[in-house]
Design a protein around this ligand. Structure first.
Ligand SMILES: Cc1cc2nc3c(=O)[nH]c(=O)nc-3n(C[C@H](O)[C@H](O)[C@H](O)COP(=O)(O)OP(=O)(O)OC[C@H]3O[C@@H](n4cnc5c(N)ncnc54)[C@H](O)[C@@H]3O)c2cc1C
Length: 421
């Protein structure tokens, strides 16, 4: 009898978790991803802020499954799904047949109808985004050292981060750290401690997914790093000259977008209902309505928790969904009863602020400060893949902790600004 064909699209947390859970199953598994690597997005901000190198937080997908003979990896982009014919179309022109399809294609940043802002205010989602942001941050300091114009230097030394969720807070804190504690001895003309980091948030507090006392702690810790937190203020325009917050214009040359996400077009491919963020509505077994053979999981899926709120778009949720789908597929292939409906278990929320502070919200247990920072660090090292990465990241952090030096500070690829001569 022909093997059951499982196509998994997306080698993110969700997709990898499905394939890991299917170990030992009699099936032909094909993993399609448009990138050749799995990326540990929670540490992307550290690449953007010169702490870690790209290869420390990403792994070639093909290598991850080298010992799983039943798993084939294709570097290609899915462009559509034909549910009637049970095929997936790829950018290369190939058409992949499936018996079971799992879509875990994640999300990207959304600019709330202002896509023209993307060029000036990149979001942080891929390694390319992280190295673009890193280049812009480092070039801003270099250009400020070169210019004789005070106003231009001020604009170059002003960084605006839009959105005060964990990514915005972590970026702002780490830029503050760079400017105040890492770069000062290296520049001769400018005092990098003059740097202004603006963290702009339309909502009433930073880290809205955390409890109010932890938000307040994070805001105070950001203040100590010189970050100017602007709450309840929306950005109305972004250009190469600066950002407009409400009616007031702030000249600045580096803007990073950390607000709003848009799911991948998976809902359109399979013709499923979607919410405003484009997430495909799935049932409690994570299949799309009317088609038991198509699962949508991770950031690109919309499924409710027991309390009626949507499962959050975070890594543990994507992993839990992937593991659940593997159990459903296994049960089907082995002719066993289907597992109970998917239930998300929240394990806690963590975010860092600069080099020595963090907040951790485990519900009843809440931690702040250096202890939280150490727990945050150990948890992230634990979740990396493989001993080499764990040792490399642990060593990079220890080195920074002891020496105060960030080593991933190479400026690669060209970047031109309107103000360049
Ligand atoms: C900067 C940042 C910081 C974060 N910090 C945290 C954190 O601290 N803690 C936490 O829990 N979560 C964090 N998250 C969220 C977490 O990373 C996501 O929830 C998680 O990655 C979702 O997993 P996923 O598998 O659904 O999607 P992803 O991990 O995004 O994977 C999707 C995969 O699909 C591939 N893909 C997309 N479209 C196609 C296509 N058409 N064809 C082929 N392949 C495709 C992509 O290349 C990618 O490999 C963070 C996210 C970001 C961006």
């Amino acid at each position: 009898m022909a093997q059951h064909r499982i196509v998994v699209v997306g080698g993110g947390f969700a997709g990898l978790s499905v394939i890991n859970g299917l170990k030992g199953t009699e099936a032909d598994i094909t993993l399609v991803d448009r990138r050749n690597h799995h990326l540990f997005q929670p540490l992307l901000y550290q690449v953007a802020t010169t702490v870690l190198a790209t290869s420390e937080i990403a792994w070639p997908i093909r290598r991850l499954f080298r010992t799983r003979r039943e798993v084939s990896t294709l570097l290609d982009e899915v462009t559509g799904v034909d549910r009637l014919a049970k095929t997936v179309s790829l950018r290369s022109g190939a058409v992949l047949p499936y018996d079971t399809l799992v879509l875990g294609t994640g999300a990207r940043h959304a600019y709330f109808g202002h896509d023209e802002w993307e060029g000036v205010a990149p979001g942080l989602k891929t390694l390319e985004d992280a190295t673009t942001i890193r280049r812009r941050i480092l070039l801003a300091f270099e250009r400020a050292e070169l210019t004789d114009k005070t106003l231009e230097a001020d604009a170059l030394l002003t960084f605006a981060i839009i959105g005060a969720g964990p990514t915005g807070v972590e970026l702002a804190g780490m830029i503050g750290e760079l400017a105040n504690n890492i770069l000062p001895p290296e520049f001769r003309k400018i005092d990098t401690r003059r740097t202004r980091v603006l963290l702009i948030e339309a909502g009433p507090r930073v880290l809205p997914a955390f409890s109010e006392d932890l938000s307040e702690y994070a805001k105070t810790a950001l203040g100590k790093l010189g970050v100017d937190v602007r709450l309840g203020q929306a950005v109305t325009a972004i250009t190469e000259e600066g950002v407009t917050i409400g009616d007031s214009f702030v000249p600045c040359r580096t803007v990073v977008w950390a607000a709003g996400v848009q799911a991948s077009p998976a809902a359109k491919w399979v013709d499923a209902p979607a919410d405003r963020a484009g997430r495909a509505q799935v049932g409690q077994d994570l299949t799309v309505e009317g088609d038991n053979d198509v699962f949508v999981i991770g950031d690109t899926a919309l499924v409710n928790q027991v309390n009626g709120k949507p499962v959050p778009g975070i890594a543990p949720a994507a992993k839990q969904q992937g593991a659940y789908v593997a159990r459903v597929i296994k049960a089907r292939l082995e002719g066993k009863a289907a597992p109970a409906p998917f239930r998300y278990r929240h394990q806690g929320s963590l975010a860092t602020i600069g080099k020595r502070a963090a907040v951790i919200d485990f519900g009843r247990i809440k931690l702040t400060g250096a202890l939280a920072w150490w727990i945050w660090g150990l948890a992230h090292i634990y979740f990396l893949i493989g001993t080499r990465s764990r040792l490399a990241v642990a060593w990079s952090w220890l080195w920074i902790y002891l020496s105060g030096q960030h080593s991933a500070r190479l400026i690669t690829q060209k970047e031109t600004l309107k103000s360049d001569p």
